[in-house]
Ligand binder design. Structure first.
Ligand code: 3PG
Ligand code: MG
Length: 408
């Protein structure tokens, strides 16, 4: 079991606490359009300030090209942090150098300061050591609270710890993510099922491989299921398919069989002639998809099958929707399964973990977001964790005895 420092035990009073958050939030008209990421880390910020820490927020924002760009200033985001945390948040227009040093020197216990976008310096993404040292010099303690950016080996995420002697702590939201991952993969209650959906296998080959070693049942949905159906010789009409990956799909099916793992594929489908809202649809068995049909969702028998598998499982890991959920009525399969997952979870029969951008959107649309055991709003970082990788931003938090064990 990897072990981490506990922020509960840290003496932060009067200390400069560098908190790496992910303030990379969607904007519209110069305002924060979705504050979910801020809300997730707000308790950590408020707690550290209440305990007398000098809280210094560092984050990237967008993908500016190699220098300062007003479009990617964190200033309006800092104002939103202040609104959510219900405390004043000062702003420094640079994250290193005299501007940042002066702003930090002026802080009193309990103050909160947000530094400008780390990506205004190209050294950030190069994980430059000298730049990482400058960031580290601004603090006495480091708190990693940016799970959704922890797959980036950047200066403010990785280098800042490796080049310095800063004690590094996972923030509370980070700790919840790590605990959920451990509960799903290190000491899960068996049987474990995984749902992998979404459009493409190409982005999820590593994930499928890793999951096959970890779970009893792998449920495949979304556009990627079509490639598996094609690999089994089913006609799929005009459905989304990756012909180049049919061989990979066959290989995964063969490996699952050899390892005695179950792969659950759709047995029926909702088809239409085109992907548009409320077009005429039909339900057909997977053997009967017409030449002009597009598979756009799983059918009722498939839903029933998936729900029965989940009823026999104790743990679920879910990434990716079943159908073209953004377009009605092709959200039906995802919504019905999501409701069943929420009910099984509420009944104490299933420990349920889900994550990824599309998955969160689908769970939100299904109205079950708060009813799963844990939902990760991270995209790439969640996916890479599911692939079994130790993320750069997590690696730097591991206590020495654990990192030695990982090195073997
Ligand atoms: C995200 O929004 O996915 C994270 O903040 C990482 O951002 P990036 O993909 O630009 O590195
Ligand atoms: Mg991204």
């Amino acid at each position: 079991m990897p072990s981490f420092r506990s922020l509960d035990d840290a003496d932060v009073k009067g200390k400069r606490v560098l908190v790496r958050v992910d303030l990379n939030v969607p904007m519209a008209g110069g305002k924060v359009a979705d504050a979910t990421r801020i809300a997730e880390v707000a308790p950590t910020i408020a707690d550290l300030a209440a305990r007398g820490g000098k809280v210094i927020l560092i984050s990237h924002f967008g993908r500016p090209k190699g220098g300062p760009d007003p479009k990617y200033s964190l200033k309006p985001v800092a104002a939103e942090v202040a609104r959510i945390v219900k405390r004043p948040v000062a702003f420094a227009p640079d994250c290193v150098g005299p501007v940042a040093q002066k702003a930090v020197a002026a802080m009193k216990a309990g103050d909160i300061l947000c530094l400008e976008n780390t990506r205004f310096h190209p050294e950030e993404e190069n994980n430059d050591k000298a730049f990482a040292r400058k960031l580290a010099a601004l603090g006495d303690i480091f708190v990693e609270e940016a799970f959704s950016a922890a797959h980036r080996e950047h200066a403010s995420i990785a280098g800042i710890v490796t080049v310095s002697n800063l004690p590094a702590y996972p923030g509370y939201a980070m700790r919840a993510e790590l605990a959920a991952l451990a509960r799903a993969f290190e000491h899960p209650e068996h049987p474990v099922a995984a749902i992998v959906g979404g459009a493409k296998i190409s982005t999820k080959l590593e994930l499928l491989g890793h999951l096959l070693a970890k779970v009893e049942t792998l449920i495949i949905g979304g556009g990627m299921a079509n490639t598996f159906l094609a690999a089994q010789g089913c006609a799929i009409g005009k459905s989304l398919c990756e012909p180049d990956l049919i061989a990979n799909a066959r290989d995964i099916l063969a490996k699952a069989k050899a390892a005695k793992r179950d792969i659950v594929l759709p047995v029926d489908a909702v088809v239409a002639q085109k992907l548009a809202a409320h077009v005429p649809t039909r339900v057909v068995d997977v053997g009967h998809v017409g030449r002009d049909d597009m598979i756009l969702d799983i059918g009722p028998r498939s839903i029933e099958h998936v729900v029965s598998v989940l009823g026999r499982s104790k743990t679920l890991v879910w990434n990716g929707p079943f159908g073209a959920f953004e377009v009605e009525p092709f959200d039906n399969g995802t919504v019905e399964v999501a409701e069943a997952v929420a009910e099984l979870t509420a009944a104490g029969r299933l420990v349920s973990f889900a994550g990824g951008g599309d998955t969160v959107a689908a769970l939100n649309a299904a109205g079950v977001m708060g009813r799963l055991t844990h939902v990760s709003t991270a995209g790439g970082a969640f996916l890479e964790s599911l692939e079994g990788k130790t993320l750069p931003g997590v690696k730097v938090l591991l206590l020495p005895e654990t990192s030695a064990a990982l090195r073997g």
